[in-house]
Design a protein around this ligand. Structure first.
Ligand code: HEM
Length: 555
């Protein structure tokens, strides 16, 4: 009897089936509606291959790298100027036509001024940097930071960079004169990452990171950690696309705690040092950021708007940063005024992003460039001749202007490297104001993201015939003039183009001219051709490194 009563209170099999099928139907209807977005608008699109992840399943399950997944979407939409795809169930547009790309990235920037990255978050002290900032706040910070990369400022960093080249020289001299027959065989990824870490450490923080000299350098360890795969970052990235609200509500920071703590303590140390050594003239990015902050405070004070406790002098600013960093958050109470643009966390975040954006991209370009020289010795010899002749014209040394203006063939070799191996292979913008694509009825609605596969464009034979061949002459003379605007985008385009572009070019040309002058680069039995790429990496990273052999040139 009791059993009968319990059974009668349970829902019948029919009602369970009904409930389950109604939920399934609602979910199917919801997803069908979501995935009809592009079809309804008559836009060609790539059919999603997963109900849950749209077109990004292969990337999410790490079977395809980000670079190759977006290049595949680009290729699948061949014949169209643009086409739709879905990230999870959100609609995105791939832009394929260079003219349309320029229209969106440059001419109609006011409709697309933000990236697809999440908005700056108050709980994350290292997130308020140029890559993430949006709208007017981005504009103001960018405006203030642009002079930081002027020729005058970069010229002032010449000595810092040369000091890092001396370290590299010391290392390579030992390696190539070592007893072991393999000591001159080097993993370019690792060697160049150590070099660019030292450069950016010196130029961003005024610090000697010692990555080349010291195998256990903390900076290099943290640099490796930033770009290595972690389940934490992987799960966070998935949650961020599926349910960004969860990341915000749980204050789930992007940087791992170890990385955040490291940078916060480095910054605190650097600021403390500057406070007690005001006599030392500095010319690094951190000092330039501190100066901008000091100027801003001075101006706010003179406008009578700033009631904080700092006195507005450079020392005051340094105290402010120090207090903020010491309190475990980068913003001191006195800085909450809405008028303040360069609060402590904006200073910390931008020094941090210069480090991250600055070392890996240049290291990867340098390693691919030297790899190609090992495969194409004739290009290496042509480079050598150019470097030697420019050096001769300048009494045997290359100053800032000679490096910048006279190494024309080297510039072409670097441009070709960036074409074949763009480190930032995908660009994105988020539509902030509806935009009708000219000569069509298609309107990109507010909130919809647009994507450019830089790798897809750079490997499209329509723009770069025989794209797998390494041909620097594409970027020389009249060939250069024939490059279709909007088809070559290693540094992006429009007002949000890479702010460090000139710095990167200068750094790469400086170190390459040193290497080319002193060494020849060769294939060795560890050189892999063609390179195989890590499907888990965001930046196109080869598996197992990029190995070549260095041989000292006879003097
Ligand atoms: C070969 C080296 C480099 C490459 C290929 C590269 C590439 C890029 C690309 C593609 C973007 C996005 C542009 C867009 O969305 O239109 C970008 C943005 C950025 N890069 Fe670089 N970059 C390099 C070196 C550097 C260096 C050395 C620094 C700093 C010292 C730097 C700092 C930045 C910053 C802060 C942004 C965000 C700019 C903004 O939104 O206003 N990059 N970079």
């Amino acid at each position: 009897m009791a059993a009968f009563t319990i059974l009668s209170t349970l829902p019948s099999v029919t009602s369970v089936v009904l409930i389950v099928s109604s939920v399934a139907l609602c979910a199917a209807y919801y997803l069908h509606k979501k995935y009809s977005y592009w079809a309804k608008r008559g836009v060609p699109y790539v059919k999603p291959d997963s109900w849950f992840f749209g077109n990004t399943k292969e990337m999410i399950f790490q079977r395809e790298s980000t670079t190759f997944m977006f290049a595949r979407l680009y290729n699948e939409l061949a014949g169209h100027k643009f086409g739709g795809y879905y990230r999870n169930h959100k609609p995105f547009l791939v832009l394929r036509d260079p003219e349309l790309i320029r229209l969106i990235f440059v001419k109609n920037f006011s409709h697309f001024h933000d990236r697809n990255t999440p908005d700056e978050r108050d709980f994350d002290p290292l997130s308020k940097h140029l890559l993430n900032l949006r709208g007017q706040r981005w504009k103001n910070v960018r405006y203030k930071l642009t002079p930081t990369f002027s020729s005058g400022k970069l010229k002032g960093m010449h000595e810092l960079m040369q000091a890092c080249i001396v370290e590299l020289d010391d290392y390579l001299t030992k390696a190539t004169s070592g007893d072991s027959k393999d000591s001159n065989v080097q993993d370019l990824r690792e060697l160049m990452a150590k070099f660019t870490t030292d450069v950016i450490g010196a130029c961003a923080f005024g610090l000697n990171c010692n990555s080349i000299r010291d195998e256990n350098s903390e900076f290099r360890r943290i640099g490796r950690l930033i770009f290595s795969f972690s389940w934490r970052s992987y799960i966070r990235a998935i949650v961020l696309t599926l349910a960004p609200g969860i990341v915000m509500a749980t204050k789930w920071k992007n940087a791992r705690p170890e990385i955040e703590n490291f940078f916060m303590s480095v910054l605190k140390g650097a600021v403390e040092h500057r406070k007690s050594h005001t006599e030392q003239k500095r010319n690094d990015f951190l000092q330039l950021l501190i100066n901008i902050q000091a100027e801003e405070r001075k101006q706010l004070e003179s406008n009578g708007q700033h009631n904080g406790t700092q006195n507005g002098t450079q020392n005051g600013t340094q105290n402010g940063i120090q207090n903020g960093l010491q309190n475990g958050h980068a913003e001191s109470v006195s800085e909450k005024s809405k008028d303040i643009l360069f609060d402590d966390s904006v200073v910390a975040s931008n020094a941090f992003i210069f480090f991250i954006a600055g070392f890996e991209t240049t290291a990867s370009t340098l390693s691919y460039c030297l790899y190609e020289l090992a495969l194409n010795p004739d290009i290496g010899e042509k480079l050598y001749e150019e470097v030697e002749s420019v050096k001769q014209a300048h009494n045997g040394t290359l100053d800032y202007d000679a490096v910048n203006k006279e190494l024309v063939y080297m510039e072409a070799v670097i441009s070709e490297t960036l074409r074949k191996y763009p480190p930032a292979s995908v660009l994105g913008r988020r539509c902030n104001e509806a935009f009708q694509i000219p000569d069509t009825n298609v309107v990109i609605e507010e909130g919809v993201g647009v994507t450019v596969s830089v790798y897809g464009l750079h490997h499209d034979p329509q723009y770069f015939p025989e794209p797998e061949k390494f041909k620097p002459e594409r970027f020389l003379g009249e060939n250069k003039d024939k490059i279709v605007p909007g088809s070559y985008l290693p540094f992006g385009d429009g007002p949000r183009i890479c702010i460090g572009m000139r710095f990167a070019h200068y750094e790469m040309k400086s170190v390459l001219s040193y290497i080319i002058s002193n060494y020849t680069i060769h294939r060795c039995n560890k050189t892999v051709v063609p390179l195989q790429y890590d499907t888990r990496s965001l930046l196109h990273t080869p598996v197992g490194g990029v190995w070549v052999q260095f041989q000292k040139r006879p003097k």
